[in-house]
Write a protein that binds this ligand. Sequence first.
Ligand SMILES: [Zn+2]
Length: 195
Amino acid sequence: MLSTTQRINLDAKKTYRKVNSMFPKNLPYIETHEAMQAYKRLMFHFGKKQIYDKRRGWITKRPHYDKKPRKCWVCLSGDSNTLSRGWRRLVHDVSHYIHDWRFPNSSRDHNIAQAKIEHEMAQFVIDSGWLNGILKTKPKPKITQDEKRYAKINNLVKLIKAWEKKESIAKTYIKKYRQKLKRLRPTMKLDDLII
Ligand SMILES: [Zn+2]
């Protein structure tokens, strides 16, 4: 007979095995930017937590996720299929963050709850098509020298127009205030004013 703890551990192990076999054998490489995107989106999607606030009642809270991606999440060469780096490592680490966020008082060890989160996350990564590279940065279209010059010209024209507008507004105000001043003190020589 297995004890409850043993049975739970066995279940956790089964779930980990499931997660490990979910990912394709030839996992793609993962870039820094891609890792950052995946991390943020996983934290956003899985980090929702309802907490009770005395004043506001039940509210939804999300964890902070302003960390930089870990170096071991990025994998640009060599074996992309190990648990220690790349996609597998990213999903595993982020599932720990989410588990700690959802169950702050629980032990930090591997357990069935954490395994289940990891399982859901792996499925989410696969279903979202991230392994097909959709989170990769798209190459920017090349801008020609002519286009660059044209953009600069456009910008200068815009700046001139904006300042001309301000100039005319300024002139209107100056005229208005000069007239007011003249009414209050008609003898004053307004042309001597330095503005
Ligand atoms: Zn772990």
